[in-house]
Design a protein around this ligand. Structure first.
Ligand code: PHE
Length: 460
């Protein structure tokens, strides 16, 4: 393995690092699994009516998420570069497909702005959990504890900066391999803990109500806006439509089976979300929380699950530590999109690219950190900046990026090259499946995303 050159773009340095098929799988999964599973999936399922939303979300993941993910990884591996250079070199001269990548970089900033704040709450909760104030199953006490954290501008900002500086140091010191290795080891622990918490939650009196909410669909609650939210969640969850999987694709080995890796990541990711749902919803109904509590759902419910559980105090601390680690894996992949671009395209040194990105994020992120306090009255389109960035990236920018990628692969790239790349030049016998995936990407996905977007946003 080559020694890492710190001033070289990470894309080039890390490409040497993925020497095993398991490494590729773990890194891709590290990007996909994060706060999206543990925080966003449960709260959106709660606010959008439960099982019906879950059904639409799973369909969106299969029909739209998988083809986009496979296409995106394929393009990245072919060009072996950051998202911008990938689109620029693979597209016919003069055609502006690079716009997808530019929009992706913008998305990564906007996502990081609110994601780093949610990570900030998780970091803060690691320390809160060490004390005894959270050891209660009284909805009022847990809600107040969360409310006092997010409505305190000083604490919200401080913890966000702690998150940003920690991420900056990790990226700078070139020890991302360290955290990637840690993610690899700690992720199975997170699975295990979620299973334990799930079992505990299922044993609570009244747990069956939560299961019904999660698995017994009531399709009357499905509106166009709900469908758009489910599609947006599929994009957010799989880290697609914004150049992240393209960047990771550039680290893939030539003999890696892309379709099967994507399928495995998708299944594992769904599994983790499901576990988080099973950990949270039975407790929501058992203790009288509101399923539609919104972004606070995780933080107010989880302490109640650990309360009175054997070793609950210890497990609660471990839970928040593991959630923090999962969020860091996802943030590393998010940050790689602008940093790879700044260093490769604008020839910035890696430290300069990292601190520029962090500086911009500290500014943009402030608007999200203060969305529940000082800036709660500052709204655009009726939303605080936290909600707006979340909404705009998941429901507009990433799906638009997805449409662009599908059109590019389906109509410009073409089946012959699609087949060559995804059979690894004829080594894999998966042509039949590729026909299906290609046609979904060429026709079904772009039309489906477009219709869902137009309807969900109220244009038709
Ligand atoms: N998929 C990550 C999660 O669920 C979030 C993410 C989105 C990461 C986009 C990278 C790119 O937490």
């Amino acid at each position: 393995m080559q020694k890492e050159n710190r001033s070289a773009p990470k894309a080039a340095a890390s490409r040497d690092g993925f020497t095993s098929s398991f490494g590729v799988l773990a890194a891709t999964l590290g990007s996909a699994v994060g706060l999206g599973n543990i925080w966003k999936f449960p709260y959106l399922t709660g606010t959008n009516g439960g099982a019906g939303f879950l059904v639409v979300y799973v369909l969106a993941t299969l029909l739209v998420g998988l083809p986009v993910m496979i296409s995106e990884i394929m393009l990245g591996r072919k060009a072996k570069a950051n998202a911008y250079t990938t689109m620029k070199t693979l597209a016919p001269a003069g055609q502006p497909w690079w716009i997808i990548a530019v929009m992706g970089v913008l998305s990564s900033f906007l996502i990081m702005a609110f994601y780093s704040e949610v990570a900030a709450w998780v970091f803060a909760y690691v320390f809160k959990a060490m004390g005894s104030s959270l050891l209660t199953n009284d909805p009022k006490v847990t809600s107040d504890a969360f409310g006092s954290l997010i409505s305190n501008p000083f604490q919200s900002l401080l913890w966000q900066w702690i998150v940003l500086v920690s991420m900056g140091c990790i990226l700078l010191m070139g020890v991302s391999k360290g955290i990637e290795a840690a993610t690899k080891k700690l992720m199975p622990l997170l699975f295990l803990l979620l299973i334990i918490v799930g079992i505990r939650s299922l044993m609570l009196p009244g747990a069956s109500e939560g299961l019904k909410f999660l698995f017994q669909p009531d399709f009357s609650k499905i509106t166009a806006a709900v469908v758009l939210t489910a599609v947006g969640l599929a994009f957010f969850k799989l880290s697609i439509g914004m150049g992240c999987m393209m960047t990771y694709g550039s680290y893939f080995r030539a003999d890696q089976n892309i379709p099967s890796t994507a399928l495995r990541v998708m299944c594992a990711d769904l599994f983790v979300s499901m576990l988080a749902g099973i950990a949270i919803f039975p407790a929501v109904f058992a203790f009288g929380f509101k399923p539609a509590a919104g972004p606070s759902l995780l933080f107010i419910t989880i302490p109640a699950v650990f309360h009175s559980m054997p070793f609950g105090h210890f497990f609660m601390v471990v839970f928040f530590v593991l959630t923090a680690v999962a969020s860091m894996g996802a943030m590393l992949s998010l940050l790689e999109v602008p940093i790879a671009l700044l260093s490769e395209r604008f020839k910035m040194s890696r430290p300069a690219a990292t601190w520029t990105t962090m500086g911009v994020l500290a500014l943009v992120g402030t608007t999200c950190a203060l969305s529940n306090s000082t800036l709660s009255g500052f709204k655009l389109f009726g939303m605080t900046m936290f909600d707006l960035f979340d909404f705009a990236t998941s429901n507009i920018m990433m799906p638009l990026g997805g449409i662009g990628l599908c059109l590019f692969v389906g109509w410009i790239w073409g089946f012959e090259r699609f087949k060559t790349e995804l059979t690894n030049h004829g080594m894999l016998k998966n042509e039949g499946v590729l026909h299906v995936v290609f046609w979904i990407a060429r026709v079904v996905s772009p039309i489906a995303i477009l219709v869902v977007m137009l309807k969900g946003l109220g244009f038709i």
